[in-house]
Write a protein that binds this ligand. Structure first.
Ligand SMILES: C[S@@+](CC[C@H](N)C(=O)[O-])C[C@H]1O[C@@H](n2cnc3c(N)ncnc32)[C@H](O)[C@@H]1O
Length: 291
């Protein structure tokens, strides 16, 4: 069995039209943020961002399988002293387009630059918006479990009476927890905050994903031989990680230079033994800890 990695050059709005309906299991991407990095690969005016992105998200909706997931890394910039609202407007318009806004993960950038601004603190997080086509989608939660850690030792030592029974939420939401269920367990499900350091300057690209970021979502939402798409591929982090994890992938970028660089880093296809989980799994790391 071969794992296929396709690198396609061009504006993803057009290139996406070549991809079959309902053929992608996971889309994970970081488009150019409004007006940022103008000097490197162009920026879109915050007022025009939604209009620019909607034809692209329409194509993404078409190519994603009904069981698939779309993870969009984005963060609104500050314009005239206030946060722009284009991300919120985009979410509203994408819902009208047919997307479900299922969840929002936070990428906490552990190593962001120190600094001082007169009216705000340094920006240490970005949004990872999760969209789906259907309420039921593929999610392999066990793949991203984390060690229980010290929390378990202190919190589970002296359980109160409410801790030992299902503690239903006071607001009548129907949600509840039974903390004693977690006694003697080594692993727990993670939170929706990812604590990852940014990666820069080592890939000839100014805004690369840390490898653990696509890796975490690829583990959570896909299985081996599934297909991952990054329509704003940049230095190809998503595709490089997908290939290592035995997932097929497609990467698109408008820059011929980036496409050339990524092709040099990847093998066009990779043979895989299907009997074994052949990719090297990273050790569980502290930054996935439950908080
Ligand atoms: C934030 S970077 C992506 C970085 C990537 N996540 C990585 O790990 O390297 C955005 C990329 O989108 C590309 N781009 C901008 N407009 C595009 C378009 N319309 N179609 C395809 N690619 C585009 C840029 O060339 C840039 O490489």
């Amino acid at each position: 069995m071969k794992i296929k990695t396709e690198i396609l050059l061009g504006d993803c709005k057009n290139v996406l039209q070549k991809i079959q309906d309902n053929s992608i299991d996971l889309i994970i991407t970081s488009p150019p943020y409004a007006d940022q990095r103008k000097n490197t690969y162009g920026g879109i005016n915050p007022d025009k961002y939604v209009k620019w992105f909607l034809p692209i998200s329409k194509e993404l909706l078409r190519v994603l399988k009904p069981t698939g997931t779309f993870v969009l890394n984005i963060k609104e910039k500050v314009v005239n002293g206030e946060r722009s609202t284009y991300v919120m407007e985009l979410i509203i318009e994408m819902r009208k387009q047919g997307w479900m806004w299922t969840e929002e993960f936070i990428w906490h950038k552990k190593n962001c630059y120190p600094g001082k601004w007169p009216n705000r603190f340094r920006d240490a997080w970005e949004r990872l918006l999760q969209f789906n086509k259907e309420k039921k989608f593929n999610m392999y939660q066990k793949e991203v479990m984390v060690p229980m850690g010290n929390w378990a030792k202190s919190r589970l030592k002296n359980l109160s009476e409410t801790d030992k029974i299902r503690d239903n939420a006071k607001n009548g939401s129907g949600f509840g927890k039974n903390i004693s269920n977690w006694i003697n367990r080594d692993m727990a499900y993670p939170s929706n905050v990812l604590h990852l350091a940014t990666e820069c300057n080592n890939k000839n690209h100014s805004a690369t994903f840390p490898e653990e970021l696509p890796e975490w979502f690829i583990k959570l939402f896909t299985q081996e031989r599934d297909t991952v798409l990054d329509p704003f591929m940049g230095s190809g982090t998503t595709n490089i990680v997908a290939q290592r994890m035995n997932r097929n992938s497609i990467g698109i970028d408008i820059s011929a230079e980036y496409c050339k660089q990524v092709k040099q880093l990847l093998s066009p296809s990779k043979k895989v033994l299907l009997q074994n989980q052949t990719y090297e799994k990273l050790e569980y790391k502290e930054h996935y800890a439950v908080r």
